[in-house]
Design a binder for this molecule. Structure first.
Ligand code: F6P
Length: 357
């Protein structure tokens, strides 16, 4: 009998998800003669009756799909099965309903594409049933433990770098300090990578404690040396330096980028502008690197199911695809190493990290 495997994309979308779905469906059909069922809207599709799922026809998943951002299956980062937000404002455990829906699909294995939070929830959700589950890491934040790369990160870095390429000439023309706030809920991977690639003067990330006074001094020194414009990259999670805590009115209402631009203007006298890049980093056409990663991880996820493996995550490590127990992934986060290569490289290039070093 033909086996059936399921796939769902969970959590915030990113570039490369469609390429992953395609790789899974192609490998399942051409490698093993299996059918692939795509579950809609992450786990939300499992709550619908009939369950929202579609059998994927590999013949219709042509290469053009791999070029498209987003996920044609849909996704959600708002439907925690164990604390599901109900219309009356209460939270309800709806995990059993989801499992009932899943049973009806009569799957032999399931692949979940998600970030650290999603993979943890999916693993917990599916643990009561006897269905092999494999995780595939994706998040622009690139903070999933035990993988060097998560799908979506490369594209986000490319977009943030391009934003710096575009901010530089306008900043230079007007002799302004241009502040770019990039995403990264808990980690500064996008900020440090794009900051180096895009020629930033200052990069502020949550992993390196920074103080406004050091940023101000660096910009003043640049101006004294004749550089009338500057590029500052700040990760959304970088918070604010402790100078701000003395005034409640200083709490950044629109995020750290806007706050920082205002404070830099006051402290240096420079004209400043803030750009909050936001979801632009997520919705792009995936880079070649993300397409390759999606293809490699998607194929290997199917192979793991064929090998009878379960409760594992495919990962990119040392230039190849490996797999690791999900238990070694969930509840952990891989943040930027404060003494790692990228931080050392940034410092060597004269980029200020706001810590006075
Ligand atoms: O985790 C991915 C991410 O894009 C973070 O970088 C960001 O903080 C968050 O999701 C935004 O979530 P939402 O799409 O719910 O605004």
């Amino acid at each position: 009998m033909t086996k059936r495997i399921g796939i769902l994309t969970s959590g915030g979308d990113c570039a490369g998800l469609n390429a992953t779905i395609r790789a899974v469906a192609l490998r399942a059909r051409h490698g093993y003669g299996w059918a692939t069922v795509g579950i809609r809207y992450g786990t939300l599709g499992l709550l619908e009756r009939p369950v929202q799922a579609v059998t994927l026809d590999p013949a219709r998943l042509d290469a053009a799909l791999a070029r498209h951002g987003g996920t044609f299956l849909g996704s959600s980062n708002r439907g925690n099965p164990f604390a599901f937000p109900m219309t009356d404002g209460s939270l309800k455990n709806r995990s059993r309903e989801m499992l009932e829906g899943l049973r009806g699909l009569e799957l032999d294995g399931l692949i979940g594409v998600g970030g650290d939070g999603s993979l943890e929830i999916l693993r917990r959700l599916f643990s009561p049933i006897d269905l092999p589950f494999i995780g595939v890491p994706k998040t622009i934040d690139n903070d999933v433990a035990n993988t060097e790369r998560a799908i979506g990160y490369s594209t986000a870095v490319a977009i943030a770098t391009e934003a710096l390429d575009r901010l530089q000439p306008t900043g230079a023309s007007h002799e302004r300090v241009m502040v770019l706030e990039v995403m990264g809920r808990d980690a500064g991977h996008i900020a440090i990578a794009a900051g180096i690639a895009g020629g930033a003067d200052v990069v502020l990330i949550p992993e390196v404690p920074w103080r406004l006074v050091h940023v101000v001094a660096h910009i003043a020194a640049l101006r004294e040396a004749g550089h009338t414009a500057a590029l500052v990259v700040v990760a959304e999670a970088a918070g604010q330096s402790d100078e701000a805590s003395d005034a409640a009115s200083d709490a950044p209402p629109q995020g750290v980028g806007t706050w920082l631009a205002r404070r830099l203007s006051l402290a240096t006298g420079a004209e400043t502008r803030a750009t909050v890049l936001g979801h632009v980093q997520r919705g792009a056409m995936p880079t070649a690197e993300d397409r390759l990663l999606a293809a490699s991880l998607g194929v290997r996820a199917v192979d793991l199911l064929a090998e009878g493996k379960a409760d594992r995550m495919v990962a990119w490590w040392n230039r190849e695809v490996i797999d690791v127990p999900l238990a070694r992934v969930v509840g952990k986060s891989r943040t930027v190493e404060p003494d790692g290569t990228l931080v050392r490289t940034a410092r060597a290039l004269g980029i200020c990290l706001g810590d006075g070093a």
